[in-house]
Design a protein around this ligand. Structure first.
Ligand code: UDP
Ligand code: MG
Length: 307
């Protein structure tokens, strides 16, 4: 009773698979927790899949899912949730930056009846200042836009089967696990953990990837950027009415100003705002297009040790 599925997305983590799987299974065996581990190989370019196969050979509680190419961590998480059989499922990083010991605490909270146990970062480990500032800004925006407090949220979570079933039945193509798992509600509790430093391998994030990630998640949780367009429109309408009245007035009393600079400035400002606005609208349209095409979020090429 009480099977725990541990879902581990892995992208270029060849050196971490063995270490992480042993550490987690030892921990769970020691605490008498019935478990399965699901490694999702997200189209790694190194020997990650070979390592996963070795782990599957060693321990039949380990399952390997191999993507046909890289689909991103979110897709890997959802593939894991879909393949899992556990009465509860935990998602954890492959690099042991999420302290595995917390799994035991999460599991016992689940036993006490909590349906969503969210890991919240107490400290963020080694990160550059720029990165820290950027992620703070991102979470500030997304928290205020989505109405969910996301400060220091992470993907380290444990979900009851009920919550998992809700998540895997969401039809949306663009999935943001971290926010969706709060958005669904249920009886939740937060636990705090310190982020460990990554010991082996390196982070998969580049600044460009992070910016894309931020924009895409903000727009999938909120249409506020489109409303900004409307606000700009209204502001400029008010401004133009004032300016229009002034120009007409000068015209009638026969001392129309030359005002060439004003004209150029207005053209430039309005032109750029219109272009930015079109860009924002275009972004949303492209999202609708993506959703409508209905392509799968991931493609699995093979599964090992599937129960
Ligand atoms: N990951 C993945 N697909 C990707 C990028 C990352 O499955 O395209 C996995 C990665 O193997 C790791 C987790 O997501 O288990 C977190 O990645 P990383 O450590 O690079 O992120 P960070 O901890 O620096 O935020
Ligand atoms: Mg990491």
């Amino acid at each position: 009773m009480g099977l725990l599925s541990v879902i581990i997305p892995a992208y270029n983590e060849e050196k971490n698979i063995d270490r992480t799987s042993k550490k987690i299974s030892d921990l769970l065996v020691k605490n008498n927790i019935n478990y399965e581990i699901l490694f999702i190989n997200d189209g790694s370019k190194d020997e990650t899949w070979v390592e996963i196969l070795k782990a599957c050979d060693r321990d039949e509680n380990i399952q390997g899912i191999n993507f046909s190419r890289n689909f991103g961590k979110e897709s890997a998480i959802f593939a894991g949730l879909e393949s899992s059989r556990g009465d509860c499922c935990a998602v954890i990083d492959c690099d042991l930056q999420h302290p595995p010991e917390k799994l035991v605490e999460m599991y016992s909270l689940w036993k006490q009846g909590y349906e969503v146990v969210e890991g919240v970062k107490k400290s963020r480990g080694k990160e550059g200042n720029l990165y820290k500032g950027f992620s703070k800004l991102f979470y500030k925006i997304i928290s205020s836009l989505s109405g969910i407090d996301m400060h220091n949220a992470s993907d380290y979570k444990l979900l009851d089967r009920k919550a998992v079933n809700v998540l895997i039945n969401i039809k949306e193509k663009h999935l943001f696990f971290r926010a969706l798992s709060s958005w669904i509600g249920f009886k939740s509790i937060q636990i705090y953990y310190d982020v460990n430093d990554r010991e082996i391998g390196e982070t998969k994030w580049t600044p460009i990837k992070l910016i894309k990630y931020a924009i895409s998640n903000i727009t999938s949780f909120s249409t506020a950027p489109m409303q900004v367009v409307t606000i700009f429109g209204v502001l400029f309408l008010i401004f133009s009415i004032g300016l229009g009245i002034q120009s007409l007035y000068y015209n009638f009393i026969g001392k129309a100003k030359e005002g060439f600079t004003t004209v150029i400035m207005l053209l430039l400002i309005i032109g750029s705002i219109i272009m930015i606005s079109l860009g924002i609208i275009g972004y949303y349209i492209s999202k609708i297009y993506e959703e409508i095409k209905g392509r799968p979020n991931y493609i699995i090429s093979n599964i090992v040790n599937k129960k």
